[in-house]
Write a protein that binds this ligand. Structure first.
Ligand code: ADP
Length: 448
């Protein structure tokens, strides 16, 4: 039954207590008080007693109700303040890369622009596009986390390899005044664990990006160790640090600490909230130790679930990506430009590329052509969508590697693609290296 509104509840209580009082008060008094004099005196005050009881009750009800309202009001004010700050901030964060994209695109049109300048402008446009995409992804991620629409997708992950990859990708971004190092707390064999690598990667990426952003010189160290049954990660920097009273607050969404009034740091204040959301999902904890001017240490834990590798499995059968001249790749993609982009990426591999322009055609081609080694399939297509096509293809090609690609960077879309039967997933926009790495992952000797 739906809860009655407060005003109806209070009226109902008033009538109920009044009614009960009228009906039973005399009987109760007669039962307990036998002396007629005392009874008469009490009868005189009967009305007052009723007023006192209802006053006390209403005081209690009103107090708890008002506390709730005031709480909600404070939350609304806080959220409004944060939203305003966020909107101002996001508008600045979007305009900055947008300005450079628009500005440099205009400059590219200029006939007098030299080849070197052109290349420089293009790399600036690409950098700004990445920045924009990052904002869109962060906003999307936080809304998914807050609405509880994000799921864990655990699989076998070589933690040490993952750290090596992260080290390589960050090494190039860190300036020479900073010593960047990683420390692995477990030997390689024991670092094979069951976890959601995307989430762990996202947490590490966000924390390292912050460390780089807020550190001018000194060191940045990423380490992990086994503490009881948990893996405890630590990202340490010698940057500007954070005041103790803000240590909890910075994990709230949209919160930015502008300690340094001389310099404005880019960012919409979502990175740490996303980290916290992911750590919560992984049933871990996240916290910080930091002192202004000295640096920060961000810690987080995830549960240690080791996986024992079967050494009889042959290692690294991955074919080199450049050596795909016997490989047939079916690309199911309705959008002309996207198809051209994928074709351009795959051009250097000398693979044989076929195209289907909708899901139905992809199914038909897979039925008639046994030579297809891998299917790259878009999800949103006319006639028959990608999920349906994957399902049908799985019925007659159970071991065909299928990579779903879609513009929805949502984890439930990813889950739907996996449920339909795809082996992997790539969300648009993707980069050349990402797609090639995925394809090479599935074109092992076993699959060919
Ligand atoms: P943003 O995208 O703005 O960096 P985050 O949620 O990642 O958002 O961080 C929130 C705030 O916490 C930052 O604006 C910054 O003030 C502070 N912060 C985060 N990491 C560090 C760090 N390593 N050193 C100093 N301050 C940090």
């Amino acid at each position: 039954m739906q809860k009655l509104k407060f005003e109806y509840r209070i009226i109902a209580a008033y009538i109920l207590i009044g009614g009960v009082w009228i009906i039973f008060s005399d009987k109760v008094l007669n039962y307990f008080v036998k002396e007629p004099d005392l009874l008469t005196r009490i009868q005189t005050f009967k009305g007052w007693i009723y007023v006192l009881i209802t006053a006390l009750l209403f005081y209690y009800l009103l107090k708890s109700h008002l506390a709730k309202i005031r709480n909600a009001e404070q939350r609304a004010i806080d959220s409004d303040r944060l939203k305003t700050a966020f909107l101002q901030n996001i508008s600045h964060e979007i305009r900055t890369p947008m300005n450079s994209i628009i500005g440099f695109s205009e400059l590219l049109k200029d006939k007098n622009t030299s080849e070197t300048e052109r290349n420089e402008y293009l790399s600036l446009i690409s950098k700004s596009s990445d920045q924009l995409l990052n904002i869109v992804n962060e906003v999307l991620d936080i809304s998914l986390i807050e609405t509880g629409n994000i799921n864990l997708n655990k699989k076998r992950v070589h933690l040490n390899k993952l750290l090596d990859e992260i080290y390589l990708s960050f090494k190039v971004l860190i300036n020479n005044n900073i010593v960047f190092s990683i420390e692995k707390g477990l030997p390689d064999q024991q670092s094979l664990i069951l976890t959601d690598d995307l989430k762990v990667r996202q947490i590490l990426n966000n924390l390292l990006n912050n460390a780089i952003k807020f550190t001018e010189k000194g060191h940045i160290r990423l380490s992990y160790s086994l503490v009881n049954d948990d893996l405890e990660f630590c990202i340490e920097d010698t940057g500007i640090g954070i005041d103790k009273q803000l240590h909890e607050k910075i994990f709230d969404r949209f919160n930015k600490v502008e300690q340094d009034t001389v310099r404005l740091y880019e960012g919409v204040g979502l990175g740490l909230a996303i980290c916290k959301g992911n750590v919560d999902l992984l049933k871990g904890r996240i916290w910080i130790e930091s002192e202004p001017g000295k640096g920060s240490r961000f810690f987080f834990t995830i549960h240690y679930e080791p996986v024992y590798e079967d050494n009889t499995l042959s290692k690294n059968k991955t074919k080199s990506i450049k050596d795909l001249n016997n490989v047939t790749i079916l690309v199911a993609e309705d959008d002309e430009l996207n198809f051209l982009y994928i074709k351009e990426i795959l051009k250097g591999t000398e693979a044989n590329i076929l195209r289907a322009i909708n899901g139905k055609e992809a199914v038909e081609i897979c039925q008639t052509n046994n030579l297809i080694d891998i299917l790259l399939i878009d999800i949103k297509m006319p006639v028959m969508n990608g999920y349906e096509a994957i399902k049908q293809i799985r019925e007659f090609r159970p071991s065909l590697p299928i990579i779903a690609q879609t513009a929805f960077a949502l984890s439930n879309e990813m889950l739907k693609a996996f449920n339909a039967g795809s082996n992997d997933y790539i969300s648009k926009p993707f980069k050349k290296d990402q797609l090639l790495a995925l394809i090479s992952k599935y074109l092992s000797a076993d699959n060919l």
